[in-house]
Design a protein around this ligand. Sequence first.
Ligand code: KQY
Length: 368
Amino acid sequence: MSATRQTPPARTGFRMPAEFSRHDGCWMLWPERPDNWRLGAKPAQVAFAAVAAAIAASETVRVGVSVRQYAHARALLPAAVRVVEMSANDAWMRDVGPTFVVDAKGRRRGIDWRFNAWGGLQDGLYFPWDLDDAVAQKVCELEGVDRHRAPFVLEGGAFHVDGQGTLLTTEECLLNPNRNPGLSRSDLEARLRDWLGIDTVVWLGQGVCMDETGGHVDNLACFTAPGEVALSWTEDRRDLMYAVVRDAEARLREARDSRGRRLKVHKLVQPGPLYMTAEEASGIDRADGTKPRCAGERLAGSYVNFYIANRQVVMPLLDAKRDAAAAAVLKRCFPSRQVVGVPAREILLGGGNIHCITQQVPQARSVA
Ligand code: KQY
């Protein structure tokens, strides 16, 4: 049995490694709710299976699936992917799964953040979210690691770390009173230090426009190496994102990381802009307690929402006119990894992308 602790893990020497560090595996969930995924989630399931297959080329992938979908998921997923029955309200493992931390003795633990469906009863995307909030505990149990249950709300997509003490996040998301109304910026910084083992927070302002998480950084910017950040980008002055990405760039250029370095910024041109079509919107069921989706809504498309696997970078393909340029930037950022594109519009229609549906299990190594 994995033990439950209420204490912050960094106080006993645990810290979150960067996503580009070595992994032991990756966790995902299986999409099925018809009020978020069109056509009974069939097209999204094909996209999720392709993501799992791409990641499985270099690390073990485990997918949590409801009892109803078990046989179908098993049939669609490659044999190398391990399928385990698990309840969830939707399929965003980045946000509902544990954030893994490691220490110098080679131990690994999981942080189980409180989850409120990206905003609780005020702005949350669905109700209830109790099954989602129980996912991290189950993953910790299956991984055989102790779990630290956090006394505050946070999602894995709301921060990135460089593994050397720096954390990247957005004010729009973390300071929103729909997450932790009683906590100030400095309270939150203290908690991030205590729970993730970081010492420097780089605050960006807004996230991607129309991002229904309320501005998760994982759709806007991420570390690609120590001292290097990829940033979603547009040169179009009329675009909603123009001011957002310029503000983010200015903050990144002013920032110093935990080692006192200036950050190198890699601009990743955004896809589109992309919008939900009438046909796509009509395939999504209406349901009480879920935010409806409408034709013509702008989608929060971004190439930054990729997953860094051990030997691949798995990136979303979203726009035939821009995919190749984005892949070329990622190839320069990750010269030792293969850049693999997966058609990801169906994931975007559900409100996120490849980073949002994955959660890495970092390798734990003892340091003598
Ligand atoms: O961005 C993420 N980390 C999750 C996206 C959730 C969208 C829910 N419909």
